[in-house]
Design a protein. Structure first.
Length: 191
């Protein structure tokens, strides 16, 4: 991501990379080690995205957004809102209502009467271009989240699509998310 972003020319097309990672905790630029509550053998990596600590692992869809926000005329807040809107649109396509929280980037759903985070965001903007992106919990082991303060919030509940009754194939979710991201970014750029 860093190499791609550093080597971009003015005409380089934007890209969205969809991937999955082996188990790892990542500490963003604002990340404080005390939010990693205990050592459970999962590596901790300091990264250059915004935000605190999160967990990545099998069963999670990570979307890296390599977007020239300057060319699109977007500010960082507009980009964050477009990313959140795309996840909300994706969840709505499966009949699940989702929302955002002021001051806490990401997407949240109601699960058993309580709010739970379904998608985390963390971006880096360099020279008007973004990288890093979002992590959407599809069907992953959520237990590693108990050993951190997710996104720096003690006791923050997290959930996954499977627990919301969404049992679609990963390829379908990836395709729908990519389409939602494309639509949300296009709409944000048109404003």
């Amino acid at each position: 991501m860093q190499a791609f972003t550093a080597s971009r020319a003015a005409e380089t097309p934007d890209e969205i990379w969809l991937t999955e990672h082996p188990p790892i905790y990542t500490l963003g630029l604002a990340g404080r080690r005390e939010h990693v509550l205990r050592d459970n053998g999962i590596p901790v990596l300091k990264v250059d995205r915004g935000g605190q600590v999160t967990y990545h692992g099998p069963g999670q869809l990570v979307a890296y957004l390599l977007i020239d926000i300057a060319r699109r005329g977007l500010g960082v807040r507009q980009l964050v809102r477009a990313i959140e809107a795309s996840v909300i649109q994706l969840l709505d396509s499966y009949g699940v209502a989702a929302t955002v929280r002021s001051g806490a980037p990401g997407v949240y759903v109601q699960r058993r009467g309580h709010e739970a985070k379904i998608a985390a965001l963390g971006l880096k903007i360099r020279n008007g271009r973004s990288y890093h992106g979002l992590a959407l919990n599809i069907d992953m082991d959520l237990a590693p989240f108990a050993d951190i303060d997710p996104c720096g919030y003690r006791g923050l509940a997290v959930t996954r699509l499977r627990d919301l009754g969404i049992d679609a194939p990963r390829a379908e979710i990836e395709s729908r998310l990519a389409a939602c991201l494309d639509a949300a970014l296009g709409a944000a750029s048109d404003r």
